[in-house]
Ligand binder design. Structure first.
Ligand code: FAD
Length: 308
């Protein structure tokens, strides 16, 4: 990709992290430490994933409450519509608003075999529902707006007939009221650039933030690819498999993700969204190496891994 000259009038790149509710007491401790370590980088928001099953949903709400009450971080609440009625979703959005959440990532969620599909078929319908609920609460929002984000796909969504169709869907989500999009994980810089170019040509004007995941474990790469319907990148898979130990795997995973992040920023990306696995080390190492203008620069700890 061609490195663009810096645009001095452009806002600094945004920064966000994705966290998920902990599954046990030990992972809750790791998460608290992660939040403490990430907070000083002053992210624009911290995304909290959401899931269909009731205990996990309660975990998401508890994490949102923690971020709002105990930290200076701004949460972005993921919300999925699969398996829910319209009334349930309206209630959840209202409860998010009352808690103080001002950003929602509207998603469909994954279709589980044999599960009830729910009353809303697509994420675009959920964007409309969120906007309707917002209208009813303009007084408590003091005239302000909710920030509503949606998912975008650099690699064709597994259920979609084509990449073109994905672009049409993104345009439909923008028309339904989305303010920004965050991408699914991808492994080749050209995928992000192609997504943005095709979306712009189709009339999508909202910011499309690249979702970058520093993957430092081969097992995680396999699970991620299975869940997202992606093919593992052979170079990354080999680097993780062949690494001599955890430190080398960490370096390889961070170096790979750093190259993706740098390429996206050079191509004009409005910021970075980092999938963290609830761990801070890889995210912080990546940021240090990407040298995001908003993050105070520190000498790179891993100079041998700078992309050629
Ligand atoms: P949609 O936009 O509804 O798309 C789903 C499928 O329907 C696509 O194939 C699309 O082409 C098609 N489609 C959409 N609209 C139309 C239309 N109007 N007409 C015809 N076809 C249409 N999952 C979770 O369960 N919890 C999370 O917290 C979560 N966070 C995520 C965060 C990000 C940044 C991303 C990228 C994904 C996340 N996911 C999460 C996964 C997501 O739920 C799945 O990728 C899901 O399969 C699709 O969600 P979507 O919002 O893109 O759905």
């Amino acid at each position: 990709s061609v490195r663009r000259p810096p645009d001095r009038t452009a806002p600094p790149p945004s920064l966000s992290y994705e966290l998920y509710p902990p599954r046990c007491a030990a992972s809750a401790e790791t998460l608290l430490r992660t939040i403490e370590e990430l907070e000083p980088t002053r992210p624009d928001h911290v995304a909290v994933t959401y899931s269909g099953d009731a205990p996990r949903r309660a975990g998401s709400l508890a994490l949102l409450d923690h971020l709002l009450a105990r930290t200076g971080l701004r949460p972005l609440a993921h919300l999925t519509c699969v398996g829910s009625t319209r009334a349930e979703l309206e209630e959840t959005v209202t409860s998010l608003l009352h808690r103080g959440v001002r950003g929602v990532l509207a998603l469909r969620g994954d279709l589980e075999p044999d599960a009830e599909p729910g009353e809303l078929a697509h994420a675009g319908d959920l964007v409309e529902l969120v906007r309707e609920v917002e209208q009813r609460h303009t007084a408590s929002l003091a005239g302000g707006r909710l920030a509503v984000g949606v998912a975008a796909y650099p690699t064709r969504h597994p259920e979609s007939p084509s990449f073109r169709h994905d672009i049409e869907v993104l345009l439909a989500k923008q028309r339904a009221g989305a303010d920004f999009a965050i991408t699914q994980v991808y492994f080749r810089p050209q995928r992000y650039e192609r997504l943005v170019a095709s979306a712009r040509a189709a009339g999508v004007t909202i910011p499309i933030v690249p979702g970058i995941m520093p993957v430092t474990e081969p097992r995680r790469l396999a699970t991620l690819c299975r869940l997202a319907g992606l093919r593992p990148h052979p170079g990354l898979a080999a680097a993780l498999e062949e690494a001599a130990g955890p430190a080398e795997r960490h370096r390889a995973g961070v170096a790979f993700a750093t190259r993706l992040a740098r390429a996206a920023l050079d191509a004009g990306a409005p910021g970075l969204h980092l999938y963290t696995f609830n761990e801070h080390r890889a995210a912080l190492d990546l940021l240090e190496r990407v040298d995001l203008p908003r993050v105070p620069h520190q000498p790179a700890a891993l100079p041998d891994l700078l992309p050629a």
